[in-house]
Design a binder for this molecule. Structure first.
Ligand SMILES: Nc1ncnc2c1ncn2[C@@H]1O[C@H](COP(=O)(O)OP(=O)(O)OP(=O)(O)O)[C@@H](O)[C@H]1O
Ligand SMILES: [Mg+2]
Length: 118
């Protein structure tokens, strides 16, 4: 676990935004897992996992449809998609709810900022 501390307005959010390639730095350089955050943005994105403060689920889609959508966004190869979706659903104990819309899920079943480890 890594704590990133500083006074209000010190630039923490900005720094994390740059390291996640969401904010373009006006100068300097930084590397994540050996990749330049400006020149190798896609490689950096592939190497990090980001949990957003707000849920990024589409409530009117099913659990499986949400995973498929994000898999497509991340460029997961078609032939790997079904297996990976099944693995993730298994991992979070939601395989039996894969065809249910996310709006029917309880808070703890959705990954968001209040998500407890399960
Ligand atoms: N390296 C920098 N040089 C100049 N301005 C910066 C730099 N980093 C951040 N800023 C500016 O400083 C302001 C505060 O930055 P930021 O929101 O990242 O701070 P923070 O540490 O997250 O603050 P808080 O603790 O209040 O959330 C923003 O307007 C941002 O654009
Ligand atoms: Mg901040």
């Amino acid at each position: 676990m890594f704590g990133f501390l500083g006074p209000n307005g010190a630039g923490k959010t900005t720094t994390i935004g740059m390291l996640c390639t969401l904010v373009r730095p006006s100068g300097g350089a930084a590397y994540v897992a050996g990749h330049d955050i400006v020149g190798e943005r896609d490689e950096v994105r592939r190497d990090i996992g980001l949990v957003f403060q707000d849920p990024t689920l589409d409530a009117y889609l099913t659990a499986e449809q949400n995973l498929r959508f994000h898999g497509e966004l991340y460029g997961l190869p078609r032939e790997a998609m079904n297996e990976r979706i099944a693995q993730v659903l298994q991992m979070v104990d939601l395989a039996d709810r894969k065809d249910d819309k996310v709006e029917t899920f309880s808070g703890g079943m959705k990954p968001h900022r209040d998500h407890r480890s399960r």
